[in-house]
Structures are given as C-alpha cells and as structure tokens.
Design a protein around this ligand. Structure first.
Ligand code: ADP
Length: 162
C-alpha cells in the first residue's frame, strides 16, 4: 500500500490542483490531500471552507482523502504512515521553490522523498492567487476552477463588497 501526501494551501483548490490529484491517484494506492495551516500566508478561505470545497471536488475519486495539518510537513507525512510527498511544478520558479523545500525536508528527515509532477500545459498559468485576482476584476474564472469553487468564490467576493 503506497500512499502519497499532497500538501498545500488550496486557497481555493483549482483545476490545476485537481489534475495533479487525479494523475497521482492513478499512480499510487492512495492520495492524502494535506491542507496546511501555513502561518506565513493569509488565506481567503478558512481551513474548514477549503476542506469542504476539496471534498466536493474529489468525491468521485475513491482513493483520495483529505486531512488538515499544522505541524511540520515531514512529521505529518510520517504520522500518515508513508514517506512520499508530491508537489506540482508549473515553471522554473516553481521548480526552484520546490527544490529548496524538498531539500529542506530531506535535511529534516532523510527518509522523506518529494516527487515533482509537471503541470499539464492547460493549467500552467492557473494558480489560486491568479483566480482570486481575475475574479476581483470581474473576469470569467470558469475555465480555471471547478463549479463549486466558482460559486463559493463569488459568494465570498460579494459578501466582502457588502
Ligand atoms: P503552497 O502554499 O504550499 O504552495 P498551493 O495550494 O499554492 O500551496 O500549491 C500546492 C501545490 O500545487 C504546489 O506544489 C504548487 O506548485 C502546485 N500547483 C499549484 N497550481 C498548480 C497547477 N496549476 N498545476 C500543477 N500544480 C499546481
């Protein structure tokens, strides 16, 4: 049984994240989406809201689970009974960032391996922050996020305006 952890902020989950999750779920016995409480990042959605959206968007994938964590990623990985992390890379900037984090994680626990999956061309420009920015200017985000996310994002933006 080989499970892989996909850690991230998912603020909110996008079609790019979903593509990585689906592709990983075909390679591994299980994918655990680990929603982090990253203290360095201010998020638009609470952890519970982010988890609820991920649940809705992954309910048809049988070997995908969602968990929340607030400890060190390597500790969470070990607690989950695996030693594998998967992350997505869209461009050289992502690669440099992921390379540094992966090396840091290996220093913290040499048993933990990080696998980088290349983003699909269709999703190379998609990020949670880009989606929020486009919507804040009234742009169409339907090609970048699943429908439940689009609905929740619009609700959030309308509430913030009022
Ligand atoms: P974090 O705050 O930990 O970077 P994110 O939610 O922004 O969390 O991203 C989680 C992971 O998903 C990262 O490895 C990121 O590079 C990857 N990712 C984000 N958007 C895409 C995308 N469009 N295609 C593939 N991977 C992506």
């Amino acid at each position: 049984m080989k499970k892989v952890i996909y850690p991230g902020s998912f603020d909110p989950i996008t079609n790019g994240h979903l593509d990585i999750i689906k592709r990983a779920s075909h390679i591994f016995d299980g994918v655990i989406i680990a929603v982090g409480n990253n203290t360095a990042k201010t998020t638009l959605f609470s952890v519970d809201e982010r988890i609820a959206l991920i649940k809705k968007c992954t309910e048809t994938l049988p070997n995908v689970e969602i968990k929340q964590y607030s400890n060190l990623t390597v500790d969470f990985v070990k607690e989950s009974g695996t030693n594998l992390i998967i992350r997505g890379t869209r461009d050289s900037q992502d690669y440099n960032f992921e390379n540094r984090i992966a090396n840091l994680n290996r220093l913290l626990d040499s048993d933990v391996e990080t696998l980088l999956m290349l983003a699909d061309k269709k999703y190379e420009l998609v990020s949670s922050s880009m989606v929020k920015e486009v919507l804040s200017f009234g742009g169409d985000i339907s090609q970048f996020v699943p429908q439940p996310v689009e609905i929740k994002l619009k609700e959030k933006f309308n509430n913030e305006k009022n």
